[in-house]
Ligand binder design. Structure first.
Ligand code: IMP
Length: 192
């Protein structure tokens, strides 16, 4: 079966392909010649994942899954959430996003936060959702150089270092996206 992962991130694609049997062939957006921007206009992570998956299924007639992730900070009632990528405005810039969050939380003792990933799968006319959560806290300063986005200021629960100090293998095992993908893979394996 061919299954589109609505991404152009080849690392993400390879990571998931490794977890799937050979009977499932993952395709990227480029593989199906989808080059247009799919606007993420929903107010929830589930909604944005659904927009992307539906765009592919409706326009390209493929089974497809799409993901969307946000950082939800307890003291900010879940912000930046679905707006995580553009928290500090345009142009999208991880450094500015982190500086804004550190500034907003400067006098806040409650540093609890979690990343949440929602995956929407369109398979043979049915829609399924999977989610993954990684709890942790927002640090007071940046730590580490690896990863992307808010990784240098996020320390996952039960660990002594930020995401940005972990190898991608270590991070994938415990991360929101890793957990959501594992649920998706379990579901796909249960069908075969
Ligand atoms: P996306 O839905 O995977 O594109 O994620 C949206 C935004 O959330 C990204 O632009 C990052 O700012 C942030 N984000 C998502 N996943 C991570 C992560 O694993 N570490 C740090 N930031 C992340």
């Amino acid at each position: 079966m061919k299954l589109v992962f609505a991404t152009n991130n080849l690392n993400k694609l390879a990571e998931v392909q490794k977890m799937l049997p050979d009977s499932i062939e993952l395709l990227s957006l480029k593989d199906i010649s989808c080059f247009e921007d799919i606007e993420e206009t929903a107010s929830t992570l589930e909604g944005n994942a659904q927009i992307k998956a539906n765009h592919i299924t409706e326009n390209y007639k493929y089974n497809c899954f799409a993901d969307d992730t946000g950082l939800e900070v307890e003291a900010l009632n879940g912000a930046p959430g679905v707006y995580s990528a553009r928290y500090a405005g345009e142009p999208v810039n991880a450094e500015n996003n982190m500086q804004k969050l550190l500034h907003v939380l400067k006098n806040t003792d409650n540093r609890q936060a979690h990343f949440r990933t929602s995956i929407c799968l369109n398979l043979n006319g049915e829609q399924h959702f999977f989610d993954g959560v990684c709890k942790g806290e927002i640090l007071h300063d940046k730590q580490g150089e690896k990863g992307f986005g808010y990784d240098p200021i996020f320390k996952p629960e039960g660990h002594s270092m930020s995401f940005a100090k972990m190898s991608s293998e270590e991070k994938n095992k415990i991360s929101h996206r890793g957990l959501a993908i594992q649920k998706l893979v379990q579901f796909l394996l249960s069908l075969s």
